[in-house]
Design a binder for this molecule. Sequence first.
Ligand SMILES: Cc1cc2nc3c(=O)[nH]c(=O)nc-3n(C[C@H](O)[C@H](O)[C@H](O)COP(=O)(O)O)c2cc1C
Length: 195
Amino acid sequence: MNSSSPINVLGICGSLRKASLNGALLRCAQRAAPNTIRFSTADISDIPPYNQDVNDLGFPPSVERFRRQVASADALLFVTPEYNYSIPGLLKNALDWASRGADQPFAHKPAAIMGASAGRFATARAQYHLRQVLVFLNVHPLNQPEIMIPTAQNLIGPDGEMRDDTTEAYLRKQLDALYIWTLHLQESSKPNKID
Ligand SMILES: Cc1cc2nc3c(=O)[nH]c(=O)nc-3n(C[C@H](O)[C@H](O)[C@H](O)COP(=O)(O)O)c2cc1C
């Protein structure tokens, strides 16, 4: 990739329900994305509960697929609800599976985090838990801008359309920042040209 070609961003949503505010937010982000970003979306709905006995026999196909998607992405975008002050078990389980092995695909990936809730706290506690998990996976999360959307049912329509220009501008700002962060990390990982 060079600085003029788009980066591949893998969207990972922590909610499975059809009317998910976070699923809708991910679709909003895709629509708001600048042309420096090419999106794909992970399907983590069929990843089984983690069991090391199963893992000892290899990765289930759904986990293989998720690991491949993470490995081939230039950056990740997590869009997650908050469940009981943390990230949903579904998302943690997918991360647990994909994190196994020395070739775990998350290492050194740039990532951004967004979340929407129907209430006032806007997934803040879940996002900071997710950041803690990402430390061990050696992901490089973007710090700013944070996207935490309270009472999202007032901003995102039933078909996932964004009804608020200010929020949409924030989505774009974070994606622009993710693009710059990704280029920065790719540039700094290149071998030193001086020697
Ligand atoms: C098991 C469970 C736990 C929840 N815990 C929290 C919570 O800790 N904080 C919060 O703000 N909302 C909590 N909620 C409400 C969710 O934020 C709300 O249902 C949200 O719309 C779920 O995201 P989704 O619309 O993307 O599916 C919880 C919902 C569920 C189902």
